[in-house]
Design a protein. Sequence first.
Length: 296
Amino acid sequence: MIASRPALPPAFPEAFPRIKTRFGILGVFGVLLIALLSLPASSVLAAETKPDPVVATVNGHEIHMSDVEQARRQLPPQAQQYPMNTVYKFLLKNLVDTHLTAVAARKDGLDKKTDIVKQVRRIEEQILHQAYLAERVSGALTDERLKGSYETYLKSSPVGEEVRARHILVQTREQAMEVIGRLQKGEDFAALAKSVSTGPSGKRGGDLGYFTAERMVPPFSKAAFATRPGSFTEKPVKTQFGWHVIKVEDKRTQKPKSFDEVKNKLRNQISKDLADAVVAELRKTADVQTFGPDGK
C-alpha cells in the first residue's frame, strides 16, 4: 500500500492532478480510456498480447502495468521523458485513489447520472472506433505497400541541387560596392559579415547553410546558383531586403531521404488513408443527417 506521494522531479507533481481535473469525475478512469485514442492503431492491438502483470490490488480489484503505462502517456511531454521508475509510484497512487473514489461514486449513484453516462458512452465509442480501424488497417499495411509508397515518394521528390552560401546584407548599393572592394583586397568574408552585415546571419559570418533555389527569393537564388564555389558576386544583388554580396561555399546534389528515414511517416500516412477509406465505405450505407448548433 502506497501511503504518501513520492518525491518527483520539479514541475512533475502538478501534471497528473491537472489531467484528473480536466476529466472531472471520471478522473484517471477517463484518462486511461482517452489514452487509447492517442495510440497508433497497431498499438491498440499489440497491447492485447503484451505481458501485463498485476501491480496492485484494491479490495480485490486488479490494477495492471498497462494501466500505469496508459496513464503515463497522458502526462505532458516533458513529464513523459522521465524514466518509468521515477513516475511509477506517483501514477500508481493516483490509480489506486481514483479506483477508491470511483467505487464510492457508484455507491452514490453518480454512474447513473445522464451527463456521466454520456461521457462514458462517448469514450467507449472512441475506443471501439480505434480498435475497429486497427483491425481493418493492420492486414492491409504490408511491407510491399510501404515499399510501393516509397517508390511514389522518390518519383515525387526529384534530385535537385543545393548551394551553401554566405551573404552580407547592407542597405544601399554604395555600401555593397564598398564591401566588394574590401573583399577584392583580401578581407575575410565571414569576418566582414560579422562586422557590417545587417542580416540576422551576420553574427554567424553570414552563413545560410545549404538551401535549394525555391527557398530563397528569385534574385538571390539566381545569383547564388550562378556563382562558382569559392567565389563571391562581384555585382551587388538587389532584393526587397536590401543589397546582398553573396559568397558560395559549396554546391551539391540533393539526395532524397532513404526508406528508413521516411518509413514511419509513410506508414502513418498509409494508415490514415486506409482508415479514411474504411470510414467512407461505412458512410455509403448509413443514413446520416447533420444539423446546425440550434438543431435545425
